[in-house]
Design a protein around this ligand. Sequence first.
Ligand SMILES: Nc1nc2c(ncn2[C@@H]2O[C@H](COP(=O)(O)OP(=O)(O)O)[C@@H](O)[C@H]2O)c(=O)[nH]1
Ligand SMILES: [Mg+2]
Length: 217
Amino acid sequence: MAFATSDPATSDRAIAGRAAAPERSAYLSDTVTRTAKILVVGDFGVGKTTFIGSVSEIAPLRTEEPMTQASVGIDDLDHLDAKTTTTVAMDFGRLTLNPRLALYLFGTPGQRRFWNMWAGLAEGAVGVLVLVDSRRLAGSFDVLDQLETHVPAPFAVAVNHFPDSPAHSPDRLREALDLLPGTPVVDCNALDRASSIDALVTLAEHALTSRARKVGS
Ligand SMILES: Nc1nc2c(ncn2[C@@H]2O[C@H](COP(=O)(O)OP(=O)(O)O)[C@@H](O)[C@H]2O)c(=O)[nH]1
Ligand SMILES: [Mg+2]
């Protein structure tokens, strides 16, 4: 599958860098010959809904509901002063990564009580982007465990940047999250479209390499 080109001028990353604003079009371009399903997972409040909203070229499907008293003491709002709603089913968006390939993005709810939906949402996914908030790393351990146990697709980790995020090197984060050496770790800012697309390109390249390795073995 042609996820990315190796020519720096026409690479998906270069195209992403130039893509300042999403072209909100409901229709898929005629040039697209392949589509790939990508799952976006992560702890509650790491920025999954924001991320899919930033990159999607269609109005994203959201299932946000106001947070109520019932979640007090259960959903950890440390560092999340502005968060008033939560995803209760899924986020969905679409990104045409290059003229031939479109990604369908499925975001899962973060809380453990919704994890029984993961298997269904993950079916057929070629790759998983794990969003991480480095201010609240502990919340990502369970997510990675759940992923490694229940989702067979290759994954990459994107560390979402908040104004008060501590500066950790990717190696330090890899160690803290106990990741295998081949797992990509990238920085991103879910509010920024180009940076978010860059994280998806990294995942797409990793998924492609993992698939080629599997086919070759
Ligand atoms: N500054 C900053 N705020 C963010 C970023 N990503 C998400 N947020 C905010 O963090 C809160 C949680 O984001 P949300 O997308 O709902 O997280 P989700 O629970 O993973 O879907 C929201 O108030 C967002 O506006 C980011 O990259 N930078
Ligand atoms: Mg959400």
